[in-house]
Design a protein around this ligand. Structure first.
Ligand code: BG6
Length: 477
């Protein structure tokens, strides 16, 4: 048996992509609430104010806020051992700057976590998943300002205290290294004061980007250290988007370029979060990109004291890196890359590469030797109803099966893998395009991109398939 007893099978969602109820019970406006919908060819925008007659998909999303009991009951039917969700910072501190938390927001998550516990489902909670209060963008240009660290700490300590008996597993920042990509400028760093336009085109200088990331890394370490000191029962994790890349050719220059790319994109943030210090290879990168970080002695101590207990990542696809011209490019999660002739692509142009997951898990474990969870993985696809009225999502089952086989192999290779939470276990709004049509779920939600739909839920074929996978601890797939 590859997967160990007690392996944490489950699913993952994020507050801003499925809760809806964007202005209910005292919730403030987050960055996501100002993002419009879009498509692959018509990019979603961020606006500085809520515009009349513009559709903002997070406002209703799939209304988990009012359907959480039904949804968690369905997760329980599949046999989930763990459910990854996030807390919307703006439900707890609507602008991020209040002195006192919003009780109704706190109560909502308490009810959600209690509902999970009722079925023996362990909540795995992301503290920040693309949900920064927009008021902090307006006042501070998001994470570009050091002041945001204290505000984030206040929010984290509030929720740690409130949920200390309900939540054991915590992740600090979703896909923290996503802040290195252009899309992360809006979603993760919030460095978009006064910016109104396509999310993919928002940008900031390398100086601002790496300063903002430094603030997140320090904030992450501070809350991890605080949790270790005050709540020794907690297990604190990082969360990285793992954007596996291969040299496109065996030209040594391609190999070197791929190494450089990987260090900055895939390893830098987790090296800090797992090892507790900036890796030396970043010095050259900073020099070549005119980045001057003020890392104080105190910051160094904080980073060292706030290292994580387990490593987590999302994994969807891979791409290639080359120094040669004349190559085809492909899309990807947060960042695309060069096409790999050996791989198929999804309808959104993401290259499907289960072996890349095995390879990546081995690389990660070789580097850190701490437990690993894959907390996002899955296939965004157009689901169509068949003549019998059902959704037969065999393509999704095939994708997930191949990735579970890859994880099984990685475990046999020696990786200490402790859990798997496929993304969007119930259909939700896409982070990159703002679409509902890009569905990942085992559970179909009757909600569409024109805002119509009655929010009813139904099981896809993958629902029963995943139920069997969990019941057999990964043997039957
Ligand atoms: C990850 C994010 O990058 O990928 C999720 O953490 C996101 O928030 C997921 O939803 C899938 O991407 P998309 O763009 O299909 O929603």
């Amino acid at each position: 048996m590859a997967f160990k007893d007690g392996f944490l099978w489950g699913g993952a969602c994020a507050a801003n992509q499925f809760e809806g109820a964007w202005n209910i019970d005292g919730k403030g406006i987050s960055v996501a609430d100002l993002c419009t919908n879009g498509t692959k060819s018509n990019p979603k925008r961020i606006t500085t104010k809520i515009e009349d007659n513009t559709f903002y998909p997070s406002h209703e999303a799939i209304d988990f806020y009012h359907h959480y009991k039904e949804d968690i009951a369905l997760f329980a039917q599949m046999g989930f051992k763990v459910f990854r969700t996030s807390i919307n910072w703006t439900r707890i501190y609507p602008t991020g700057m209040e002195e006192e938390p919003n009780e109704k927001g706190l109560k909502f998550y308490e009810d959600v976590f209690k509902e999970c516990k009722k079925y023996g489902i362990e909540p795995l909670v992301t503290l920040s998943h693309y949900e920064m209060p927009y008021a902090l963008v307006e006042k501070y240009n998001g994470w570009a300002s050091v002041e945001v660290i204290l505000l984030f700490e206040k929010y984290c300590y509030t929720v740690f205290d409130r949920y200390k008996d309900l939540v054991k597993y915590w992740l600090t920042f979703n896909e923290i290294n996503g802040g290195i990509t252009k899309l992360g400028t809006v979603l993760s760093l919030g460095c978009v004061k006064d910016y109104n336009g396509p999310v993919v085109e928002a940008d900031c200088s390398p100086q601002t980007r790496f300063e903002a990331l430094h603030h997140q890394l320090v904030a992450s370490a501070k809350v991890v250290a605080y949790a270790h000191k005050n709540y020794p029962q907690f297990k604190m994790g990082n969360m990285n988007v793992f954007l596996t890349s291969y040299p496109r050719t065996c030209d040594p220059l391609d190999v070197l370029e791929n190494q450089r790319h990987n260090r900055v994109l895939n390893w830098f943030c987790s090296d800090v979060q797992v090892r507790g210090e900036y890796p030396s290879y970043m010095n050259r990168f900073f020099k070549e990109n005119d980045v001057n970080l003020k890392i104080s002695e105190m910051d160094k101590v904080i980073l060292k004291e706030g290292t994580v207990d387990f490593y987590t990542c999302s994994y969807y696809m891979s791409s290639c890196i080359t120094t040669h011209d004349d190559v085809e490019t492909v899309e990807g999660n947060l960042a695309g890359g060069v096409k790999n002739p050996y791989l198929e692509v999804s309808a959104w142009g993401w290259q499907i590469d289960p072996d890349g997951l095995r390879y990546s898990l081995n690389e990660i474990y070789d580097r850190y030797q701490i437990p690993i969870m894959v907390v996002e993985n899955g296939l965004g696809a157009y689901d169509k109803r068949s003549d019998d009225g059902k959704i037969h999502d065999t393509y999704r089952i095939d994708y997930l099966r191949s990735h579970i086989e890859a994880m099984e192999n990685a475990v046999e290779d020696g990786v200490d893998l402790i859990g798997y939470t496929p993304w969007g276990c119930i259909d939700l709004v896409s982070a990159s395009t703002g679409e509902m049509a890009k569905r990942h779920g085992f559970i179909y939600v009757n909600k569409f991109d024109d805002g119509t739909g009655d929010y009813s839920r139904e099981r896809k074929d993958s629902f029963n398939w995943y139920k069997k996978v969990i019941a057999s601890n990964g043997k039957e797939k």
